[in-house]
Write a protein of this length. Structure first.
Length: 68
């Protein structure tokens, strides 16, 4: 059975994200600062304390718990 690729998440500036392949949380969390014209995102990684350009397929949104 062929594998159906998932579409990239709907991202926007200000979203909190993590890397899709970071199963152990080594890279930590980041915040999206800007979108580049070629579709990649500029992300500030809190753990690395730096800006990096990331492909949207590599990013996952952090789901925050809802207030009760």
């Amino acid at each position: 059975m062929p594998r159906i690729p998932k579409p990239p998440p709907k991202l926007k500036v200000g979203d909190l994200v993590y890397l899709a392949y970071d199963a152990f949380g080594m890279y930590g969390k980041g915040i999206i600062l800007a979108k580049h014209s070629h579709g990649d995102w500029e992300v500030y990684w809190f753990g690395e304390r730096g800006l990096f350009i990331e492909h949207p397929m590599d990013l996952r949104l952090i789901e925050l718990p809802e207030d009760d």
